[in-house]
Design a protein around this ligand. Structure first.
Ligand SMILES: [Zn+2]
Length: 280
């Protein structure tokens, strides 16, 4: 582990020692303050966070140390939805030690199945589950692999390819361990609000080259409307592949993280956003 990373992890661990409850918890965002000065007194009012944003990463694709440091520097506790069957299989994926480091430095690990197949076989007959039982077995296999690595029960789930169906929602609810399920992109739905809230149909916005310019405005909108915005990142590269819509630059990712930390939005990992939505 390099020096800077050790410092970041130590700083977060120390923060948690003094301010987090129940052992493993993400760091809270820094408190903004408003200072009112009149002729005689100075009063400081704690900042009021409005709206929520979650930064999520799909597939367990490796992030550079720069990107992880940028997350930590902006007090963002992200949710990493990992495909367990791909962990450590290629250099482009995180290894288990990386995933455990992410968890130990305050990020959340989510379930994205063990093998990331298609729900609907007509979409890809050679790479699909074929039955509800096979789907459930793959989610459970991923869960067993997380536990075997010493991680706690993983509660947050993301649908492979974002595809959902009512039977699959029932299967996830029936596992007893999955408490939320995030979609990848929902036509016509951007935010999670009190009115449309469904823990197993979390709305999300996919970060693409073509949506990058809209993200700062969506963060402002989430604050103004006091709603929950979930962002889905796939790959972040030093030199993104121009042909890959989902591959964005480290600079662009860092600007989004800075936008989040410079506003009064509450940055939450998905399991914490869920608790807030449920009033827990
Ligand atoms: Zn995926």
């Amino acid at each position: 582990m390099k020096g800077k990373k050790v410092l970041a992890v130590l700083a977060m661990a120390l923060f948690c020692l003094v301010s987090c409850d129940g052992g493993h918890n993400p760091p809270p965002p820094p408190t903004t303050t408003t200072t009112i000065v009149d002729n005689t007194t100075t009063t400081t009012i704690p900042g009021q966070f409005k709206g929520m944003v979650s930064v999520t990463f799909d597939d367990g694709t490796r992030l550079s140390e720069n990107v992880i440091n940028a997350l930590n520097a902006n007090w963002i506790s992200a949710t990493f939805y990992v495909i367990t069957g791909q962990v450590g299989t290629e250099a482009k994926y995180f290894g288990w030690s990386d995933i455990i480091n992410l968890y130990e430095s305050g990020h959340e690990i989510g379930n994205h199945t063990a093998s990331h197949k298609r729900l609907i076989c007509s979409e890809d007959p050679d790479n699909c589950y074929g039955s509800d039982e096979a789907y459930l077995a793959d989610v459970t296999k991923a869960q067993d692999e997380f536990l075997a690595q010493g991680l706690p029960e993983v509660k947050s789930y993301a649908y492979p390819y974002g595809s959902i169906s009512d039977p699959v929602i029932k299967l996830l609810q029936g596992t007893g361990f999955i408490t939320s399920a995030r979609q990848a992109y929902v036509d016509g739905e951007t935010f999670n609000t009190k009115a449309n809230f469904n823990a197993y149909k979390l709305n999300a916005v996919s970060i693409r080259k073509s949506t990058l310019s809209q993200i700062p405005g969506l963060i402002d909108q989430a604050i103004a409307q006091d709603v929950w915005l979930i962002l889905v990142f796939h790959t972040v590269s030093v030199a993104p592949n121009p042909a890959d819509e989902l591959d964005i630059s480290e600079e662009d990712a860092s600007q989004i993280f800075q936008k989040i930390s410079s506003t009064d939005i509450y940055s939450v990992q998905v399991s914490d956003g869920l608790k807030k939505m449920l009033g827990q």
